[in-house]
Design a protein around this ligand. Structure first.
Ligand SMILES: Cc1cc2nc3c(=O)[nH]c(=O)nc-3n(C[C@H](O)[C@H](O)[C@H](O)COP(=O)(O)OP(=O)(O)OC[C@H]3O[C@@H](n4cnc5c(N)ncnc54)[C@H](O)[C@@H]3O)c2cc1C
Length: 186
């Protein structure tokens, strides 16, 4: 069983994966590879100058993989709560087990609604409904978190990736029982 299964491999999901895997949580990221960031030219992401969206996501994946995140291509169709953790079902017919889930599925709220997560109308352009989360990123189902566009933050890569990191730090803090900090020094 994975400690964390992250659904959605855009900036929010990958950034969350970087933190959870670097924080020693066994992390799996499932993505259906239909992300639209591939079509973007990012000129407003602090520290990354005029970077194609595909390049940002490719570097993000390498960073998370370096710390042990496993990536699988899969279209997730449901997440079912068990006595311990969750079973993740996919269109491909595979299932995965995870103790914690981070939903980072972008603008499409269909999966969230199938799972039974509370959603609400979005205030962001291009996004109809988002998951109703608390300030930490927790949803109405204990053990399921949401991050990035799926959780209603502003649709910019610096913000969605930051939100993925925020949710991962909150999840790590909950599991470790104290505020988690990930700092490296020269
Ligand atoms: C053409 C274009 C130009 C843009 N330009 C800019 C810009 O200049 N600057 C800027 O800051 N932002 C820009 N953006 C917006 C930016 O791409 C998004 O804000 C950001 O990518 C959202 O990150 P996210 O991780 O929340 O969601 P996404 O990047 O949408 O990632 C969600 C991921 O989840 C996957 N997924 C969804 N459902 C499932 C499922 N059921 N199972 C498995 N995987 C699933 C999707 O395929 C996708 O890979 C642009 C977007 C577009 C489309």
């Amino acid at each position: 069983m994975y400690d964390v299964v992250i659904i959605g491999g855009g900036p929010a999901g990958q950034s969350a994966a970087l933190f959870t895997s670097k924080g020693q949580l066994k992390t799996l990221l499932l993505d259906n590879e239909k992300g639209l960031t591939q079509r973007a030219l990012i000129r407003n992401h602090y520290g990354a100058d005029d970077v194609p969206g595909g390049e940002l996501v490719a570097v993000g994946r390498k960073q998370a993989e370096k710390f042990g995140t496993e990536f699988n291509k899969a279209n997730v169709t449901n997440v079912i709560k068990k006595d311990e953790g969750f079973t993740i079902e996919t269109e491909e017919g595979d299932t995965y087990e995870g103790k914690q889930i981070i939903l980072a599925t972008g603008a499409n709220s269909k999966l969230a609604e199938t799972i039974g997560l509370n959603t609400k109308p979005s205030s962001e352009p291009y996004v109809k409904h988002v998951v109703d989360v608390d300030a930490a990123g927790r949803t109405n189902i204990e053990g399921i978190w949401a991050a990035g566009t799926a959780a209603g933050v502003s649709v910019h890569t610096i913000i969605t990736s930051g939100d993925g990191a925020k949710v991962a730090v909150n999840l790590l803090s909950d599991l470790k029982g104290e505020r988690y900090v990930d700092h490296d020094a020269l």
